[in-house]
Write a protein that binds this ligand. Structure first.
Ligand code: SDX
Length: 378
């Protein structure tokens, strides 16, 4: 077996063969099962896209209707999980609440029937259906209220916003949110997806796999960046302050959240679509001053760091859209997780189809034959 040269962060090292999605970082291309993200954002829905990612082809009308009704049926969460969530501290981060409740789902469903296609389909449906319910439930509970039961008359995106805000959203808001979920659903072997694959390769249950992925997505260098972007825009405060802010960050070699990407060396195609969604929302609901700051921030960073391939990524405009939809800032990453469950499930299924437990090697740089020094002599 040849040992590859060590690459920090496995930068550029293939860890799997996959047919789920494709990214061309130089041209800014993203495809799900070969279909361009721009087409899916315009013509598909999140649940149809999830079906495409997980089962590998677009569903027929009959298949989609059946899938949508299965997900609708499984939206409710066991009362024991809701009671467990009521014990979570209000000050806890919603990503920690989601990670704990996603793992807890595994307590209720038989473990490790991974060779049974019915078990696989049930796990896919339950996770897609229950993750949004748990995110919304924690939001209401941490404000001292009972969670709202899912409304089976509403579609996936509308129902989530309804459970979160206790009122039915404007149709444009629901449509924009559904597109956001499609945009965040999948992105080849990013950190949280790789975490899901490593966990899946041990043949544990899918709920533990999701808990691993949620914990990984939470980090500010990954899914947590969208929450940080809003804090940066608020800190900058005005368009005039953008340039000094950027120059100070560069001086301090500080990374600016929402920019840069391990793969994209041009503007993330998802950021372009999210920017358009933001403009649609602002046209209808009024411009957000932070949008003007964001546009100026993107312009100055392109001027200063574009030569290093640092451009806006998916996390840069998503927060502005979510704010307009009435989603609290610390729920931005849980919303990212709601969408990325589709991609994690697709890679979980693909990993199981031809599994080999992940066990990389290392280059040992430590000591050998070291003496054990008695504590009295240390
Ligand atoms: C997501 O992988 C995925 O696909 C993830 C994702 C998905 O859909 O799953 O696309 C979602 O996680 C998007 C990324 C969200 N994270 C952020 O916005 C956090 C800020 N971005 C950086 O932390 C960084 O760009 C990363 C982590 C995203 C990528 O980092 P890399 O590939 O490890 O790049 P690097 O740290 O080696 O930096 C290379 C150079 C360095 O400068 P030099 O030392 O060479 O002079 O670029 C600079 C870095 O300082 N740089 C930045 C920067 N990102 C990189 N400088 C300023 N601001 C930044 N944001």
């Amino acid at each position: 077996m040849t040992v590859c040269e060590y690459q920090p962060g496995l930068d550029g090292i293939p860890a799997a063969e996959s047919q789920i999605s494709y990214v061309d970082g130089k041209q800014g291309i993203l495809e799900y099962r070969g279909i361009r993200i721009e087409e899916l954002a315009e013509k598909s829905t999140f649940l149809e896209t999830a079906y495409l990612l997980i089962w590998g082809q677009l569903p027929t009308q009959e298949e989609l209707t059946a899938f949508e009704s299965e997900v609708r049926y499984h939206r409710r969460v066991k009362y024991r999980i809701r009671d467990m969530m009521k014990c979570f501290p209000e000050s806890g981060h919603p990503m920690d609440a989601l990670q704990a409740s996603a793992a807890a789902l595994g307590l209720f469903y038989s473990r490790r029937a991974l060779d049974n296609p019915d078990y696989i389909r049930e796990a896919v449906v339950r996770l897609l259906a229950k993750i949004p319910t748990m995110v919304a439930a924690f939001q209401l509970m941490r404000n001292g209220n009972d969670p709202v039961r899912p409304n089976d008359d509403l579609d996936y995106a509308t129902n989530f916003l309804y459970m979160l805000t206790e009122q039915e959203p404007d149709p444009l808001a629901a449509k924009v949110f559904d597109v956001c979920l499609t945009l965040h659903a999948e992105h080849t072997i990013n950190a949280s997806t790789f975490s899901a694959m490593v966990t899946a390769s041990t043949l544990t249950d899918p709920y533990g796999v999701m808990a691993s992925a949620v914990g990984t997505l939470a980090g500010p260098l990954h899914g947590g960046a969208n929450e940080e972007v809003i804090a940066i825009l608020e800190e900058i405060g005005s368009v005039e302050n953008v340039r000094p802010y950027v120059e100070d960050c560069i001086r301090r070699k500080a990374k600016i959240m929402g920019f840069g990407h391990r793969v994209y060396k041009v503007k993330d195609p998802r950021a372009t679509i999210l920017q358009d969604l933001a403009e649609q929302l602002f046209e209808k609901t009024g411009r957000d001053k932070y949008y003007d700051i964001a546009v100026e921030l993107e312009r100055v960073i392109e001027e200063k760091l574009g030569h290093k391939g640092i451009y806006a990524n998916v996390d840069f405009y998503s927060g502005l859209v979510y704010r307009k939809l009435g989603i609290p800032t610390d729920l931005f990453t849980p919303v990212f997780a709601i969408a990325r469950v589709a991609g994690w499930l697709a890679h979980w299924k693909e990993q199981l189809a031809e599994n080999r437990i992940f066990r990389p090697t290392q280059i040992y740089t430590g000591a050998h034959n070291a003496p054990y020094i008695p504590i009295q002599k240390r």
